[in-house]
Design a protein around this ligand. Structure first.
Ligand code: ACO
Length: 384
């Protein structure tokens, strides 16, 4: 028998260290704490760019000129509305469904309502990717309003991507700082290399399936608590701690009991996550404007103690430590934190999917067989 057996081949649990693609989309230096998208440091993009411009950069590979930028923003706006058939379906969902289940199902439905489903050119792939990114905020906000017994709000073409999401959620146009902070959080979550959800989308696309199927796979993967969702748990931890005075004893006890502190540590970053550094400053500005610095001060105290105790092991705040705080103070409910991550990351997923499909080879790894060989087949009457 030619089965692969233990010892014959190198096995990497969780594919750790396995190189599964060549990509020019982003680069992470985990030792020094740097992240670049298409050659631009994340700090520069957070300072000067917008989510829409960064999305164009990630998808198309270069910063847009003025005409390209205006056209891209227009495409996002024109595609933000949901097809009436999709609205019909979303109103029939169970209103206690998790919003991640809702968006996974709605992106899958986009394949059914797609006007150019049989087109597979590069341009058609871009169009489908733009449609997914454009419609995700509308889907999330629509479901949130329906479950609150409110009317769905249509996207407003006069607002940008971040403003529109907050407007469709609440019915009110957001203040400038709130919209800016969300815009930056979206830039920081737009792309992060070969993580589990990106890989999952690429595997689906590698069979020459379609963008909607690939992004449906990616959303399903992001849903798991080992991937998206740490920011939600950071907020639960802050609730549990309760006050600034309790921080020291809570963290020291948790570390003594070998518990993981949510929002700290990263498989790749062994230095301060550069995204967390940027978001921390904006979280401060937002909390100060809202007149509620309690969570922020608790966060800073946790950070100080953690760096003192475990910083030498390479454990620092990750992006999710401050994103939960930001979303909370933007009035976003906790079960919508991961859908916001999906909304931002949809463009990174699409960029990888399109890039891989341009030089496609179907993903087909193998497993080491550790079962029996040559068993005798007994008729059912003779089996115990
Ligand atoms: N709190 C306390 N100790 C920690 C933490 C933490 N958050 N993270 C790692 N450690 C310690 C471990 O206990 C271990 O210590 P030991 O060597 O003394 O046993 C050591 O650091 C290595 O930890 P691993 O779990 O092996 O690190 P790994 O790279 O596998 O895990 C992970 C990375 C999953 C992110 C981990 O740090 C963790 O669970 N963090 C908390 C959850 C979290 O914030 N996730 C969000 C990640 S960012 C994102 O997905 C967008």
């Amino acid at each position: 028998m030619g089965c692969l057996t233990a010892g014959e081949q190198k096995y990497s649990r969780g594919l750790e260290g396995v190189i599964a693609a060549i990509s020019s989309i982003s680069c992470i230096d985990g030792e020094e704490g740097h992240l670049i998208y298409r050659g631009y440091p994340i700090e520069v993009l957070a300072k000067y760019s917008t989510y829409e411009e960064t999305a164009f950069l990630l998808l198309k590979g270069h910063l847009p000129n003025k005409k390209e930028y205006e056209e891209f923003k227009q495409q996002l706006k024109e595609n933000a509305k949901l097809h009436p058939g999709m609205i019909d379906v979303i109103t029939k969902f169970m209103m206690d469904a998790h919003p991640m289940d809702v968006i996974r199902s709605m992106v899958s439905l986009m394949g059914v309502f797609c006007p150019d489903k049989k087109e597979h050119t590069l341009e058609a792939k871009y169009q489908k990717a733009i449609r997914v990114t454009a419609k995700l905020p509308t889907m999330i906000a629509a479901f949130h309003r329906l479950r609150e017994g409110k009317e769905i709000i249509d996207p407003d073409p006069n607002l940008n991507y971040a403003e529109n999401f907050l407007y469709m959620m609440t019915g009110e146009k957001p203040d400038e700082l709130s919209a800016k902070v969300l815009d930056i959080a979206l830039i920081l979550h737009a792309e992060h290399g070969m993580n589990a959800s990106t890989f999952s989308g690429m595997v689906t696309a590698s069979s020459l399936s379609d963008i909607y199927s690939a992004i449906t796979s990616a959303i399903g993967t992001l849903k798991g608590p080992l991937h998206g969702g740490a920011n939600e748990r950071v907020m639960h931890m802050l609730d549990e701690i309760g006050s600034l005075e309790n921080v020291k004893s809570y963290i020291e006890n948790a570390l003594a009991e070998k518990k993981k502190i949510m929002g700290f540590g990263h498989r790749v970053y062994k230095a301060y996550d550069p995204r967390a550094k940027i978001l921390k400053d904006w979280a401060y500005k937002l909390c100060e404007m809202k007149g509620d610095l309690m969570h922020f001060k608790m966060g800073e105290e946790i950070e100080k103690i953690m760096i003192e105790k475990v910083g030498k092991k390479g454990i620092y705040p990750n992006v999710d430590f401050y994103s939960g705080l930001v979303y909370t103070h933007l009035g976003i409910p906790r079960d919508i934190f991961t859908p916001v991550f999906a909304m931002a990351r949809s463009i990174g997923w699409s960029a990888h999917i399109v890039e891989y499909m341009e030089a496609n080879r179907i993903y087909r790894p193998r497993a080491i067989y550790n079962g029996p060989i040559d068993l005798e087949y007994k008729p059912i009457e003779e089996r115990e």
